[in-house]
Design a protein around this ligand. Structure first.
Ligand code: BDR
Ligand code: CA
Length: 324
């Protein structure tokens, strides 16, 4: 589709596992916003596997024009990263539910992700929304290198954290924050306008086999891929969180809020991440900035589940039908 020059731009920063792939699908199915690039991070999978997945998925979904940039391979404070057992169980060893899709013939761009983020902020300013759905390592590095982008960007809508509910790694830590607590804390304190889409809301938006069957019924390669991949993820949730009755649509909810912020209700509050002590990785209000009249973070505490699920199915189903 021809894109309008005035259209809002979006960058997805992904550790491309199952729900990250659904976030790509949601954005590609959203005609009101232009995906200008995907930056790769680590988490559900290693950096290179995530980049491979993003290239292959955008091809399969009929969007080989989407450029993919390689980000940093691990948290700044460490020198290596290993995929956790829980991540491999939930997303499969290849990140996309052990589903085999063709490798892309394309390569990632030569420009590093951190430089691409800075250039895009300079080019598009307030028209650009950045959506990280893995650890915040790339955006923290970009903010360290070019602090002025904090005020240039239109906003950062990220999936991560938990304010009113427990974490999913341990009682206080959510997975994306746990991978690089320092980076998330840096982001909260950077002055950038952030919207936190945490477990508070993403564990209210659930998908079941009933919906994935609709994708399978399309009979397209894209529909079959989305159904097979997501069924693997739903099956994992039957073991890890049987009380939910479906899988959490974490990353697509962040993408959806970037497209339409009215899907959630938010609490304005200046946040921090505990980086030391037994609660390392906890996302919590910053006592020292409690009375600051300027609140840089909005934490989503409510979500219009019905409207989101309807948008999710409508947009992704249409994309999977059109793809092939
Ligand atoms: C987050 O962690 C990852 O496993 C998912 O892709 C999502 O971004 C949920 O805690
Ligand atoms: Ca993710």
């Amino acid at each position: 589709m021809a894109k309008d020059v005035d259209m809002k731009k979006l960058i997805l920063d992904l550790d491309t596992g199952v729900d990250d792939a659904l976030a790509i699908s949601y954005v590609l199915g959203s005609p009101e916003i232009e995906l200008i690039g995907i930056t790769g991070t680590y988490g559900n999978v290693l950096l290179d596997q995530g980049v491979r997945n993003s290239l292959a998925i955008t091809d399969l979904l009929g969007h080989p024009e989407i450029k993919v940039y390689k980000g940093l391979p691990h948290a700044g404070a460490t020198d290596s990263f290993t995929v956790g057992k829980a991540s491999a169980f939930i997303h499969g060893n290849n990140g996309i539910g052990e589903v085999d899709i063709p490798d892309s013939k394309r390569e990632p761009e030569s420009e590093p992700a951190v430089d691409f983020i800075i250039d895009a902020a300079n080019t598009y300013g307030k028209d650009l929304i950045y959506v990280p759905t893995g650890p915040m390592t790339n955006i923290a590095a970009a903010l360290r290198k070019a602090p002025e982008i904090a005020n240039q960007l239109g906003g950062i809508v990220f999936m991560g954290g938990a304010l009113t509910v427990q974490g999913n790694v341990n009682a206080w830590t959510e997975a994306n924050i746990s991978q690089d607590p320092e980076a998330a804390d840096y982001l909260f304190r950077s002055g950038a306008s952030t919207t936190m889409i945490g477990l508070d809301v993403t564990l209210q938006t659930l998908l079941t086999y009933e919906e994935t069957q609709r994708w399978r019924d399309l009979g397209t390669a894209a529909g079959t891929f989305l159904a097979d991949m997501t069924d693997y993820y739903i099956k994992a949730y039957e073991t890890t969180a049987p009380h939910l009755g479906g899988c959490g649509l974490h990353d697509p909810l962040a993408a959806a809020v970037a497209v339409d912020p009215t899907l959630v209700t938010t609490l304005p509050i200046n946040m921090q991440v505990d980086v030391e002590g037994p609660t390392r990785g906890r996302t919590i209000g910053d006592n020292e900035r409690l009375n600051d009249p300027v609140k840089t973070t909005k934490v989503a505490v409510g979500v219009d589940v019905k409207r989101f699920l309807n948008e999710f199915m409508t947009r992704i189903t249409a994309l999977a039908q059109a793809a092939n």
